[in-house]
Design a protein around this ligand. Structure first.
Ligand code: HEC
Ligand code: HEC
Ligand code: HEC
Ligand code: HEC
Length: 456
């Protein structure tokens, strides 16, 4: 896509008019703000190409109102419980509910307005250093590394794309939704890249993208798990390093990183009441939502994309075992640091390597078979976390199979009903912030039904 020179002039003029500095000086390390991208000659046009801003403003409602929710009843109650002045001015909340998000250490430009919530630069990168350059013809010949050095995120890379979502939807050493936030009323984060990507209303040509990569869902599922597990490894690493810096020997992960249902069942909204501690002395599983399913994804990468995940499997397993084998995850910082570092490093390399591997469309159906097979039962945790992740994996594989082969992967009549029944097992009842009465024995027969209905 090439944007007209008028756009460049519009950007340069606004910069000069508002500050009296040259465009180049103003440009350095700033979040420009949504208003800087929406000129009619830039991304504010009427067609999809050139009309990305209009498309984003009208379609991506969740991100557009991410700041607004900081005024709602839940946020007000949370702010009270956490002793904050107000949610909408607190950096802890603004980190993920506005464009300050993943962009710490940069300033805001003159036209920045926090009200836009999760705006363009939350995903595309702080634009101060590249906004004028990216409209020039020479931009196209810049290498991806030079662009990224300027702060531009090339979201065509699915790893970079997942990293941008994960920074807010899973967390980072700079911002997490910890157990304090959850106990005060924040929803638990249960991100899975393929599902969230499907849900995100698109302001780009998503059909063309899928045509170029018919197994995009499957790739997003794997890469998303790699990037999410890397974020958890980075959080563990940062915690180990800060413990060591302060002379502490042991590190305890935050309760929000464990399987909630090991301690709680049936958390009711909004009066929730005291938690029912069904297993106060047991040892809940750490990383049940992120690290455990990532290990399964890693183990499937050889058969699906011809890319071995053996090294990554080893380091991820080591990290998981280290924490899970100690009581409530209390781990020696000196052991945790190298384990988390290795896992982070290997997951990053593994995720990137999957971008360029081609997969036969038939591989989606093969993976679907493996995910539904009885032998696979033991791999997934027998809890809501484990089974919900399995369901999401099945959905991603089925969707890829459907799109890549043009055929419905499930053959029998009644499959819609089975899928709907499964989904009901995982849904939260009204006014609950957890599933109610989840039972593995209700889920497994439904999985067997699906297994019998996959086309050979
Ligand atoms: C690590 C990032 C992160 C931080 C920090 C964070 N949030 Fe959130 N918040 C999210 C995400 C992501 C969602 C959407 C969850 C989903 O739907 O999957 C969300 C959802 C919410 C919701 C529910 C919105 C709705 O539509 O019902 C409220 C309310 C909320 N956050 C308030 C807050 C407040 C108040 C703070 C600060 C005390 C805060 N958040 C801090 C990431 C964060
Ligand atoms: C939630 C993350 C997110 C937000 C917010 C967002 N984008 Fe995007 N945008 C993407 C992704 C992912 C793509 C697809 C990858 C690509 O083409 O670069 C994309 C694609 C684009 C493209 C390329 C379209 C094409 O077909 O090549 C433009 C231009 C764009 N976005 C502009 C904007 C503008 C302007 C805003 C704000 C008004 C915005 N985006 C907000 C994630 C986001
Ligand atoms: C700067 C932080 C941030 C980034 C980056 C971000 N999100 Fe979000 N996202 C949020 C918050 C906060 C909410 C909840 C806002 C609300 O409730 O209105 C949200 C909501 C959503 C929702 C709606 C969820 C629901 O329960 O309906 C989807 C889907 C979503 N994001 C997908 C993505 C994807 C995919 C990406 C990456 C391409 C992404 N997000 C990047 C912060 C972010
Ligand atoms: C190791 C046990 C343990 C785990 C794991 C755990 N919690 Fe808790 N939770 C507690 C205890 C103890 C309390 C009461 C003290 C407190 O508020 O911190 C509590 C309080 C809460 C509350 C507030 C209830 C109220 O009425 O004030 C909520 C909500 C909550 N937890 C949700 C979760 C969610 C969601 C998860 C998983 C992401 C989780 N917890 C993981 C032990 C746990």
């Amino acid at each position: 896509m090439f944007i007209s020179y008028r756009c460049l002039i519009a950007v340069a003029l606004t910069a000069a008019a508002t500050t009296g500095l040259s465009a180049e000086e103003v440009a350095t390390h700033r979040i420009v703000g949504v208003a800087g991208c929406t000129a009619a000659s830039c991304h504010g046009g009427k067609s999809l190409i050139g009309g990305e801003a209009a498309a984003w403003l009208t379609r991506d409602v969740a991100h557009r109102r991410a700041y607004d929710v900081l005024f709602n009843e839940t946020s007000v109650r949370m702010a009270q419980q956490l002793g904050l002045n107000a949610a909408h001015t607190d950096t802890r909340c603004l980190a993920c509910h506005s464009t300050t998000a993943s962009l710490h250490g940069v300033q805001h430009g003159e036209r920045f307005a926090v009200e836009y919530g999760v705006g363009c630069e939350s995903c595309h990168g702080a634009a101060g250093t590249w906004i004028s350059r990216h409209t020039q013809r020479s931009w196209r010949s810049l290498s991806p590394d030079s662009k990224s050095a300027l702060g531009f995120r090339d979201l065509r890379s699915l790893t970079v794309r997942a990293e941008s979502c994960v920074a807010c939807h899973v967390g980072s050493p700079r911002a997490t939704v910890d157990h304090d936030l959850i106990a005060a009323g924040h929803p638990r984060l249960t991100f899975e890249m393929s599902a969230y990507h499907e849900l995100l209303p698109k302001h780009w040509d998503a059909a063309a993208e899928r045509q170029r990569d018919p197994v995009q869902e499957l790739r997003l599922w794997m890469i998303g798990h790699g990037v999410s597990a890397k974020a958890m490894s980075d959080i563990a690493l940062a915690r180990a390093e800060s413990a060591m810096a302060s002379g502490a020997k042991q590190v305890t992960p935050d309760l929000a990183e464990f399987d909630c249902h090991a301690c709680h069942h049936d958390l009711v909204e909004p009066t929730r009441g005291r938690p029912t501690l069904s297993n106060p002395l047991g040892s809940p599983r750490w990383g049940s939502w992120t690290l455990a399913p990532a290990r399964i994804a890693v183990r499937q990468s050889q058969a699906t994309f011809g890319q071995a995940g053996t090294t990554t499997d080893t380091s991820l397993t080591k990290l998981l075992n280290l924490v899970n084998q100690s009581r409530l995850g209390t781990t020696p910082a000196e052991a945790l640091r190298p384990a988390a570092q290795q896992s982070s490093h290997d997951l990053a390399a593994w995720s990137r390597s999957l971008e360029f591997m081609s997969a036969d469309p038939g591989q989606s159906t093969q993976l679907l078979h493996r995910l539904l097979a009885i032998e696979s039962d033991a791999e997934w945790l027998p809890t809501w976390d484990g089974q919900t992740q399995r369901y999401l994996a099945i959905t991603a594989a089925a969707q890829s199979a459907r799109r890549a082969t043009g055929r419905e992967p499930f053959s029998r009549a009644g499959r819609e009903e089975t899928l709907a029944k499964l989904l009901r097992q995982f849904s939260y009842p009204p006014h609950y912030s957890t599933p109610l009465n989840f039972r593995l024995s209700d889920v497994e027969p439904l999985l067997r039904d699906l297994q019998n209905s996959v086309e050979q």
